[in-house]
Design a protein around this ligand. Structure first.
Ligand SMILES: NC(=O)c1ccc[n+]([C@@H]2O[C@H](COP(=O)([O-])OP(=O)(O)OC[C@H]3O[C@@H](n4cnc5c(N)ncnc54)[C@H](OP(=O)(O)O)[C@@H]3O)[C@@H](O)[C@H]2O)c1
Length: 271
């Protein structure tokens, strides 16, 4: 592991993990706290936020500030900026997401608007605001949680996949631009991660899910890749799947494969 001090010299003393109370976001918070960074954690449920914060304070001895807020609320970005205005945020982790698995036509359009607000609008605003500060200081990093669903059309998670494609394309574009300002940007694109959210939604507890990874593994790989790569597909099997679907298969066949694997994972409820 890169030393505590090397990492804090490169990224500063504070990281902001948006979606840091649970799942992958909590794994990112743990990984960064282990490297000596103090943290601001954002999520909706105050109890889960406080539980994660208390553990990080006691295990790693870092400072942890929490902000309980919903990214779907248009006021939340302003709130985050106000509550961090006295800090130098050197690392931004864009982790939270609204997800929906099922037929495109089933939800009301409002559900998709909420998905766009959280997965796209809020993170665009945060990357722009914190990216400006980082570029002005000539140091910083941004990690964006995208997904394998971003690389092609993804049946039954079509809108979610499209929001993740937005994030992937945005991260690649600004990654090139901001590298000239000393800011590292990484898009992390896993297939399946065994987070509490995934296990509950996928009804997959206790089952062996192909390509599934542990949150701590994904967070560690992403933090290690920051500054070295712009796009990470974590895990050996994920890389093989990505190579097959991106290089060997016609795009339409890759779309079909995504549909089949989602149906296999979620069963009859999403057909
Ligand atoms: N799990 C997977 O298989 C997988 C695969 C590929 C990519 N990803 C991506 O990885 C990221 C994390 O996934 P995960 O499974 O760990 O997700 P998660 O458990 O649903 O959410 C992660 C965190 O985001 C917070 N959050 C969710 N909605 C929010 C909102 N509207 N406002 C503020 N905070 C919110 C959650 O806390 P609260 O519920 O308390 O708000 C939690 O702390 C997501 O971007 C996801 O798309 C996941």
């Amino acid at each position: 592991m890169e030393g505590r001090s090397e990492f804090t010299v490169r990224y500063g003393a504070w990281a902001l993990v948006v979606g840091g109370s649970d799942g992958l976001g909590a794994a990112f918070a743990e990984e960064l706290a282990a490297r000596g960074l103090s943290l601001v954690l954002i999520a909706r449920r105050p109890a889960a936020l406080e539980g994660t914060a208390a553990r990080l304070r006691s295990v790693h001895g870092v400072q942890v500030r929490t902000v309980a807020a919903d990214l779907a609320d248009p006021q939340t970005v302003e709130l985050i900026l106000r509550r961090t205005s006295d800090l130098e945020i050197g690392l931004l982790v864009c982790d939270a997401a609204v997800t929906y698995t099922g037929p495109f036509l089933a939800p009301d359009i409002g559900e998709y608007m909420r998905m766009l607000d959280v997965n796209c609008r809020a993170f665009l605003c945060l990357m722009h605001a914190f990216g400006r500060d980082m570029a002005a200081r000539h140091r910083g990093g941004i990690v964006v949680m995208s997904s394998m669903a971003a690389f092609q059309g993804s049946p039954l998670v079509a809108v979610y996949g499209a929001t993740k494609a937005f994030l992937l394309t945005l991260a690649e574009g600004i990654g090139d631009e901001l590298s000239r300002d000393g800011v590292d940007v990484l898009a992390c694109c896993p297939a399946v991660v065994r987070t509490p959210h995934f296990l509950a939604e996928g009804n997959a507890a206790g089952r062996r899910v192909p390509l599934s990874l542990e949150p701590a593994f994904v967070a560690r790989q992403a933090v290690r890749a920051l500054g070295r790569k712009r796009v990470l597909v974590p895990g050996g099997m994920g890389k093989v799947a990505r190579f097959m679907m991106g290089r060997l298969m016609p795009r339409q066949a890759a779309v079909g494969m995504m549909g089949r694997s989602t149906r296999a994972l979620y069963g009859e409820s999403v057909r």
